[in-house]
Structures are given as C-alpha cells and as structure tokens.
Design a binder for this molecule. Structure first.
Ligand SMILES: Cc1cc2nc3c(=O)[nH]c(=O)nc-3n(C[C@H](O)[C@H](O)[C@H](O)COP(=O)(O)OP(=O)(O)OC[C@H]3O[C@@H](n4cnc5c(N)ncnc54)[C@H](O)[C@@H]3O)c2cc1C
Length: 501
C-alpha cells in the first residue's frame, strides 16, 4: 500500500519541529501540521534556558540532568546566534539550603554533563562582587555557575525551516481534526483555519507532539476514550524594566522550596519566573493570575534592594507544562523527563505519543522518536543532528562580534544596534535579509524594514503582527500601538498583493 507521507507530525512546538527536521534529514517523507502559529503553545512561554536543571538534582532526576547538561554545548554550537552561555548567581540564604548542600549540588552539576567550554562554578563574595550590588545587604555569599540562554520560539522556527529545506511540508494554521486507524497506517484529516478548507492525507506513522493537547489527540485516535497521561502545570513569567546593570542571571531560593530566576532580557528588561500550579481548564485558556504576579514580585523583592510591585510589570506570559503523569504529589515534583508511548507495530503502522520533555532535550527526544520510526519503517540514515548547524548558525560559538563586524561592512548605512539585533535573530541569514546592497528596505516601523518582514513571511511562516512581534522577534516590547498598526497595514497590503499576483 502507498501512503502520502511516511511520517505525519501533529504539533509545531519544539518537539514536533525537532522530530520533523530529524526525520526529513534521514530521507523520510514528512508532513507537519500546526493548528496555530509555530511555537504558539508552550514553546514560546518557557524560561528560555538551555539548562540541566539544578533543582531536579533534589528530585534525583539524574538521567534527565545529565542528558540536558550534555546538550548545552551541542545546541550552542548548532545555533550560536540564538543560544549563548549565561552565568547564574545563586545567593546563599542563611535560613534555607545550607552552603554545603549548594556546593555539593553544583559540584555534581559541573561534573556529570560533559562540560568543555562553559566555565565552572565559583564562590562569590557578594559584599565586593558586582553581582552583590542590587541585592539586599543580608546576602553576603553566593555561587556562580554556567547554563545557557535560548530564544525559544526562534529555535522552533529554525527547526521548521531546516525541516522544510530538507523536504518536509510544514503547514501552519492547520488543525488535525481526526486521526483514523486503517488496516495499514492512518488517515488524518486536516482543517486549514485560514482558508476554512479540509482535506485528508494518509501516513504510515503519526507522531503526536501536541504538547498540552497530547491527550486530546490520543483520544481522537482511540475513538473517544479520555486518557489522562499528562498533568497540566501552569507557569507564568513577568517582565519589568532592567533591575541590574550586569549580564548575569540570578537564581533565588524561596521559602516554599521553589526557585525563581531573574534574567537579563532584551537589553532593557529583567525576566522573572516562574510559577508552578496545576491547570484544570483548556490549555489555550492559560493566563497569569493576580496571585502569580504577586508571588513573583514578592519572591524577587525578598532578594533585590529595589522592591518590585505589580505596577512595575510591563509584560507577562504564561504557558502549560505537559508533564507525564506519574502521581507526584505537587506540581513542582512531577517529572520533567519525557516519555514515548508507541501504539501499533510494523505491520499496521503506529502512532508515537510524546509526553513531557524540555526544550533543552528536544534534539535527544527527536532522536529517540527516530529510533522508533526506524524500527517501524526501516533505517535510512544515521543520527545527524548533533553536528548540523541550524539556519543562520554556521559560525563559530565565539564568532558573534565578527559576524556583526561583517554585517557592518555589508550595510554601512544601517545602525550597528539594528545589525546586532538582526545578527541575534537570524545569524548569517541576516546577509540574505540585507541583500547585496546592504539595506533594510522600506521602514515599516521602528527599525523593522520591509526586507525583514518579507523574510519572516516567506521563509518563517509569519502571518500576523503577533507572529512577528512576539514569536519571531520581541519587538512587541518596544512597539507603540501606532507602530503595531503600521505593521498590520503593511502585512495586509502584502497579503492582498500576493493574492492578486
Ligand atoms: C513556564 C515554563 C517554563 C519552562 N522553562 C523551560 C526552560 O527554561 N528550559 C527548557 O528546556 N524547558 C522549559 N520548559 C519546558 C518546555 O517549554 C516544554 O517542554 C516544551 O516547550 C514543550 O514543547 P512541545 O512541542 O511538546 O509543546 P508545544 O510547544 O505546546 O507544542 C505543541 C503544539 O501542538 C499544537 N497542536 C495541538 N493540538 C493540535 C492539533 N489537533 N492539530 C495541530 N496542531 C496541534 C499546538 O498548537 C502547539 O503549538 C518550560 C515550560 C514552561 C511552561
């Protein structure tokens, strides 16, 4: 029997796009369907860390921590424009975990994860170190250790772009409304939300990477059963004006045993998060609550000299962790590791359901899914994603300033700050945006030029102002309402010209 596709992936978050990229690169015929925009689910609402998760050591999640730590330098080398090292300052709190415990945890963290380029842990005297300046005087001692930062939504889009360049079909605004098992393989119904049209395709293997919606896709394929494989745990972040002048992040311990981060964000801001609370409604209904905002303000104010209140919040966002349900008593204790469940076999074809997972481990998760696919469809090519740069990431991990200097030479008429912004978002693809003449094109608003918008629409599936301002870039933090309107008008004009052409 012939099928339209070898692999149909449901969900355009980091896990779906990571699987689609790996599978396309191994020569499988792949379709990915995402019902909204790429990364519109959990994958744009994370704390944006490529990290082992120091806290998970307390829950003895050694497998996860080790795998995640090892991924830090791998991912950094694949996309040094959107992933870079970040130092974390952990103040010692005399009433909370003792210093010996922090030192032991950090020793393990430094040594179990194949750290080669990232600098090791060191002890800080917060009375003299610049990291102590914004903190309350009671914090005298601290530790500093390494993890990494990622522009989460861009990581998703770059995986989708690379998947498409390797032959995958990526459909956004396309909802999977039915998954029907046939004698062999599956028929999958797709509803295009923009065109309001439906069609059905067939595939041998279906990968359910629907994140917080994973159980509703399981129930589609099992004709109405209502499984409960994931625990939906809400996490929210707030953004305030910059609270400190240096480029390190803080990790603060709270008296409820949780931790929160305060991270330098988009040059002029500080990102504070996250919370952990069970979510019982529909995943798309997630919103930060007043209590969460107050909790984050109070937690940060317990450490910073400056007291933070809800009126300081300039932006906030919330997402849902789809954590594998194994009966943990509290939301923060539920495992952050991923679990795959394969329903089917070689003869009939199978659905591979993905539960849980971190952005940090998406590439390893995709490799595990590909092992299952190879088992079902036959192997075609070895694992390859550990060394193949993502689009725009083909430069050295310490080559960012060089890249900016080259962009300045290409586009001497463009502000250096704008070229740095483009380098951070697009890496070497910034040359394509600037073109041979080194121009931004007609200015749409702020320093956003027509060439960049064109790139986002044609190569990165951007359709709406939110896609551009909040997921492809974070210009939403800076744009005035009239600038948003100008972008909206530009997109509408471009869409009507495309329809006529
Ligand atoms: C508050 C918070 C902080 C976090 N911080 C970190 C961190 O710092 N580092 C880290 O490594 N991880 C972090 N994580 C975890 C990480 O963000 C998630 O594990 C990851 O983003 C999950 O990706 P996903 O692809 O499985 O799900 P999603 O990103 O939610 O993608 C699933 C997609 O499936 C689509 N979909 C669903 N149903 C259908 C359908 N029927 N048809 C078509 N499409 C469908 C949805 O629209 C969605 O886009 C954090 C999570 C949260 C909530």
């Amino acid at each position: 029997m012939t099928f339209d596709y070898d692999v149909i992936v449901i969900g355009g978050g980091i896990n779906g796009c990571g699987v689609a990229r790996d599978a396309a690169g191994r020569g499988y015929k792949v379709l990915l369907a995402e019902m909204n925009d790429l990364a519109s689910g959990t994958s744009s609402a994370s704390t944006k860390l490529i990290h082992g998760g120091l806290r998970y050591l307390e829950h003895r999640e050694f497998r996860l921590v080790r795998e995640a730590l090892m991924e830090r330098e791998v991912l950094w080398s694949l996309a040094p424009h959107i992933i870079w090292p970040l130092r974390f300052v952990l103040p010692h709190h005399s009433a909370l975990r003792p210093a010996w415990m922090l030192r032991l945890g950090l020793f393990i963290y430094d040594h179990i994860g194949g750290r080669k380029k990232l600098p090791p842990t060191k002890v800080l005297d917060l009375r003299t170190d610049t990291a102590g300046i914004p903190l309350r005087d009671q914090f005298k001692k601290g530790f500093e250790y390494s993890d990494a930062w990622v522009q989460d939504a861009r990581l998703v889009v770059l995986n989708a772009r690379d998947a498409a360049e390797r032959g995958a079909e990526i459909l956004t605004r396309t909802e999977v409304t039915e998954v029907r098992r046939k004698a062999e393989g599956f028929s999958v119904s797709l509803f295009n939300r923009s065109a309001k049209s439906s069609r059905t395709v067939t595939g041998r293997v279906v990968v359910n990477a629907a994140g917080p919606w994973v159980d509703s896709v399981v129930s589609m394929a099992s004709q109405g059963e209502s499984p409960r494989n994931v625990r939906l745990v809400q996490g929210s972040h707030i953004v305030v004006r910059k609270l400190f002048a240096h480029d390190k992040a803080y990790i603060f311990q709270n008296s409820d045993k949780r931790i929160i981060f305060a991270i330098p964000y988009e040059d002029d801001f500080t990102l504070i998060g996250t919370t952990d609370r069970d979510h019982n409604g529909a995943p798309e209904a997630v919103r930060i609550s007043t209590e969460e905002t107050e909790y984050l303000c109070a937690s940060a104010s317990a450490y910073f000299k400056k007291q933070i209140s809800p009126k300081d919040v300039v932006w906030s966002y919330s997402g849902i962790r789809p954590l594998f349900e194994q009966g943990a008593s509290s939301a923060q204790e539920a495992t952050r590791d991923y679990v795959l469940k394969v329903d089917g076999d070689k003869a009939r074809g199978a659905m591979i359901n993905v539960f849980g997972g971190k952005i940090t481990t998406y590439r390893r998760l995709a490799e595990s899914v590909l092992s299952e696919i190879e088992h079902l469809l036959g192997a075609r090519k070895q694992s390859w994603t550990a060394t193949a740069p993502l689009p725009g990431g083909d430069f050295a991990v310490d080559g960012f300033d060089d890249l900016v200097a080259k962009l300045v030479r290409r586009a001497p008429g463009v502000e250096t700050a704008t070229l740095r912004r483009l380098a951070r978002l697009y890496g070497t693809s910034a040359f394509d945006i600037l073109g041979g003449k080194g121009e931004l094109g007609e200015i749409v608003a702020g320093d956003l030029g027509a060439n960049e918008v064109d790139h986002l629409v044609k190569r990165e599936w951007a359709v709406s102002t939110d896609d551009i301002l909040w997921r492809r870039t974070k210009l939403g933090l800076r744009f005035s309402p009239s600038e948003v309107k100008a972008l909206q008008a530009f997109l509408q004009q471009a869409a009507s010209q495309a329809a006529v052409g």
